[in-house]
Design a protein around this ligand. Structure first.
Ligand SMILES: *[C@@H]1O[C@H](CO)[C@@H](O)[C@H](O)[C@H]1NC(C)=O
Ligand SMILES: *[C@@H]1O[C@H](CO)[C@@H](O)[C@H](O)[C@H]1NC(C)=O
Ligand SMILES: *[C@@H]1O[C@H](CO)[C@@H](O)[C@H](O)[C@H]1NC(C)=O
Ligand SMILES: *[C@@H]1O[C@H](CO)[C@@H](O)[C@H](O)[C@H]1NC(C)=O
Ligand SMILES: *[C@@H]1O[C@H](CO)[C@@H](O)[C@H](O)[C@H]1NC(C)=O
Ligand SMILES: *[C@@H]1O[C@H](CO)[C@@H](O)[C@H](O)[C@H]1NC(C)=O
Ligand SMILES: [Fe+2]
Length: 487
């Protein structure tokens, strides 16, 4: 089974143990000598996408009844976002966007199933994915609704129905539990962290495994649906760049997002999900627009956390302050994200949230050949700031493998540096990462690394940049305690 993909964190008062099926010592017992557990080669094969005919991805509502219902957190326990979609998407050569205002955005909620005496109103939008090229089909979404509930009590079960009562289109009754209050003795019991999920049969085993562990919160750290492994006519591939190399633009098949929203509803209508963007969410389209599906479909506590962007934000979950960062937009010291990060870090009160956890999609510390030192420009800009505020743990995805580092800063073991954890492959249809950069013949050539969306390339050769002068680092990382896969 693909159980290496999920890390469930159990937090007991001030002791944090990361458990990945079996006993792995905590970082406090380190630093450790690197250990690699090779992946069983039989797992290397491609995962198979759920087809449009699978019952879990079918539309099962009528008219303008809500579907793809999800809960997300706001910046603190007293508020959450409820999101859903009404109406049908269209894809083809003659699409007509729905009018977002034509369906109301209402949530009725309360601590009892009946009566649900409270009501909140929100807003709605529609997004388009357009391609100005002969033969390519355009997409327009159903009506996407986001409603923020406020004035909630901590660690409390709430029932809710969402929809538009004026047209008798309300959902069934769902429920969620708010986060505990923020203080050093108060934590969500279990947080599931997953990335690179996709929508394959292996994704379904990841999500089933996750559900069976009863998480209180799900973090999704980028690469969500892999809708961009498809052409607009619905033809998919396991490797887009090798299969459709002559298309005029990198196409997507946006209905995969709707399939994904339907598949996820049983989990995320109950358990809050917090998402941050990965490279598969870029989804370029006409007029250089990007990230339309990501930014439109998820709710983010951006305003509540002082960010004006869907690409970075922060929130509290009990005694943990989570910082979600964007790697595929500007991270430079003079940019908005960096300035926001400085303000956000300065506002953290460690006597209220002792744990400070940051996440973003592509890892800085990674010993695999895949994406080796790809995000180093972001690291050059931001590592010192995160270090100066003593971030405890960083979670990343992108590399389809699990890996945990010792505490490290500037390529050096450092008892005040964060622990970096790559959470492993969530089940998407691309291959898993197997080879390490320090294996004979596998050291990647720097020229093969740059990613055009990562805002530059800073590891020109493996003797410049932050690792300069650390000759051992040329395709070898001595600070990784255990790397590779746990089966
Ligand atoms: C992925 O799913 C297939 C069945 O669809 C299974 O044979 C395979 O072992 C799974 N891969 C992993 C890594 O769990
Ligand atoms: C899709 O939208 C683009 C941008 O508006 C437009 O140029 C193109 O003609 C549309 N394509 C189709 C097939 O309608
Ligand atoms: C989609 O387009 C590709 C490339 O033009 C083509 O090979 C494929 O047969 C098309 N698929 C369908 C279902 O039309
Ligand atoms: C899109 O980006 C390209 C390349 O950066 C640029 O040349 C072009 O002017 C842009 N188009 C629009 C509509 O902004
Ligand atoms: C990182 O280490 C290198 C040398 O090992 C040093 O030149 C550089 O100043 C350090 N950077 C920071 C931000 O401490
Ligand atoms: C490595 O990069 C540095 C700085 O860009 C450069 O001075 C040096 O010549 C490069 N070394 C090699 C072997 O390419
Ligand atoms: Fe990725």
């Amino acid at each position: 089974m693909k159980s290496s993909m999920i890390i469930i964190i159990f937090i007991f008062l001030n002791l944090l143990a990361v458990v990945v099926r079996g006993e792995i010592p905590t970082t406090l017992e380190g630093p450790f000598v690197p250990v690699t557990v090779p992946l069983d080669d039989r797992f290397r094969g491609h995962a198979i996408d759920l087809p449009a005919t699978d019952y879990r991805v079918q539309r099962r509502v009528n008219g303008f009844e809500p579907e793809q219902i999800s809960v997300s957190l706001s910046a603190s326990y007293d508020s959450v976002w409820i999101s859903w979609i009404t109406g049908e998407f269209q894809i083809g050569y003659d699409i007509k966007p729905l009018e977002p205002k034509s369906v109301g955005s209402i949530v009725r909620f309360g601590r009892l199933r009946f009566p649900m005496y409270r009501e909140a109103m929100g807003s709605s939008l529609v997004y388009n994915q357009l391609y100005a090229f002969e033969g390519l089909q355009n997409y327009t979404s159903g009506i996407i609704h986001h409603v923020r509930l406020t004035g909630l009590k901590s660690d409390t079960l709430y029932y809710y129905r969402c929809g538009d009562p004026s047209i008798r289109a309300m959902s069934e009754i769902h429920f969620f539990r708010t986060m505990p209050i923020s203080n050093p003795r108060s934590y969500p019991k279990r947080i599931a962290i997953v990335g690179d999920l996709g929508l394959t049969y292996n994704t379904t085993s990841t999500i089933n495994h996750l559900i069976s562990n009863n998480p209180n919160l799900v973090l999704l750290i980028g690469d969500v649906t892999y809708a961009n492994l498809y052409l607009t006519n619905g033809t998919g591939s396991d490797c887009y760049s090798c299969s459709f190399s002559d298309t005029p633009i990198h196409e997507t098949y946006q209905p995969r997002w709707d399939y994904w929203g339907r598949f996820m509803q049983p989990l995320v209508s109950k358990v809050p999900i917090m998402a941050i963007e990965g490279n598969h969410e870029i989804e370029e389209q006409a007029e250089n627009q990007t990230f339309a599906a990501y930014s439109s479909r998820f709710a983010f506590p951006s305003e509540e956390s002082g960010s004006s962007s869907t690409f970075y934000y922060s929130f509290n979950a009990g005694g943990i302050h989570f910082i979600m960062l964007g790697a595929y937009i500007s991270y430079s010291k003079s940019g908005d994200q960096y300035k926001w990060l400085e303000r956000d870090l300065a506002n953290v009160d460690r006597s209220v949230t002792p744990w400070l956890v940051a996440t973003w999609h592509p890892p800085w510390y990674n010993t695999y050949k895949a994406h080796y030192r790809e995000a180093e420009c972001m690291m050059v800009e931001m590592e010192e700031l995160l270090y100066s505020y003593k971030v405890d743990i960083v979670f990343n995805g992108h590399v389809h493998a699990y890996e945990r580092s010792n505490q490290v800063y500037n390529y050096t073991l450092d008892p005040c540096g964060p622990v970096y954890i790559m959470v492993g492959d969530g089940g998407n249809r691309e291959k898993m990462a197997i080879s390490h950069a320090d294996e004979p013949g596998h050291c990647p050539k720097p020229s093969t690394i740059p990613d055009q969306y990562l805002g530059g390339f800073c590891a020109f050769n493996f003797t410049s940049g932050p690792a300069k002068g650390k000759e051992w680092y040329i395709c070898s990382m001595v600070m990784a305690p255990e790397s590779g896969h746990v089966q």
